[in-house]
Design a protein. Structure first.
Length: 83
C-alpha cells in the first residue's frame, strides 16, 4: 500500500549577501558620517532610519521632550540630540 506524499513547505532562503549589499550601497544616506566610526550589526542595517528622515522628524520635535523607545542603532536618537 502506498502512502500519500506529504508536501513540505520551506521558507525561501534569503540571500544575505544581496540584502547586505543593498544596504551597504546606501550607507551614506543612512549616516552621512559613516566613515567616522558608525558600527552596525545585521539587524541595524534593516532597522535604521535614513538620516534625512531622522532629521525631518527631529525638527518636528525640536524643543520637546522625546523618548525614543526603539533606539536600535541610534539614527533617530543622534538627530534628536542635535536639535
Amino acid at each position: 500500500m502506498l502512502r500519500p506524499r506529504r508536501r513540505i513547505i520551506k521558507k525561501p532562503k534569503r540571500n544575505h549577501n544581496l540584502v547586505a549589499r543593498k544596504y551597504w550601497l546606501q550607507r551614506y544616506s543612512l549616516f552621512s558620517l559613516y566613515n567616522k566610526g558608525i558600527q552596525m550589526d545585521e539587524d541595524g542595517w534593516f532597522s535604521v532610519t535614513p538620516e534625512a528622515i531622522a532629521i525631518r522628524q527631529a525638527r518636528r520635535c525640536a524643543g520637546k521632550i522625546v523618548i525614543d523607545g526603539f533606539t536600535g542603532v541610534g539614527g533617530n536618537g543622534i538627530q534628536f540630540a542635535r536639535m
